[in-house]
Write a protein that binds this ligand. Structure first.
Ligand code: SF4
Length: 152
């Protein structure tokens, strides 16, 4: 089974209430080959919510207690991000995920790039909290961009 970010599957779960439907993934949904998950909703957030970024590190650093996830207003939301990551891991194991396709650049789902923590739209290399936890547990996580390459 393929697990995908809910927003890539067309669900309007992003912080601002939008989705980012990916056409390749839409085809797989029609064929019942994917299960959508949103780590942030699993962590306890609702939509819409404040945008948040990882400050002073990456998802790996958040798991190690060396960096935090901070909402734009300054609220520390690290715990909910970690909770969402563990809930996503549980789900991925339950459905025997063979591959997990997550939305690039997100502080939860990014798998090669994330925003730099300054809320200026600037990105750095690194991955989100959920991706870090899934990879630590031996699961294969790729972005929607890599997924497209795999299909072509
Ligand atoms: Fe999409 Fe992941 Fe953000 Fe949920 S946490 S809206 S699935 S990028």
């Amino acid at each position: 089974m393929i697990v995908v970010s809910s927003c890539l599957a067309g669900l309007p779960v992003r912080y601002n209430g939008t989705d980012c439907l990916d056409q390749k993934i839409r085809k797989l949904i029609e064929e019942n080959k994917v299960i959508p998950v949103c780590p942030e909703l699993l962590g306890g957030f609702s939509t819409p919510r404040e945008p948040a970024e990882i400050v002073n590190g990456s998802g790996e650093d958040v798991l190690d207690g060396k960096a935090k996830v901070i909402a734009k207003s300054g609220e520390d939301v690290t715990e909910l991000y970690i909770k969402g990551a563990y809930a996503t891991l549980k789900k991925a194991k339950e459905v025997n995920a063979t591959i997990i396709v997550l939305k690039e650049n997100s502080p939860s789902c990014g798998s090669s790039m994330i925003y730099n923590g300054e809320f200026k739209g600037e990105k750095i290399a690194g991955y989100g909290v959920t991706t870090a936890l899934l990879r630590r547990n031996g699961l294969q996580v790729i972005s929607e961009e890599q997924f497209g390459e795999n299909l072509s």
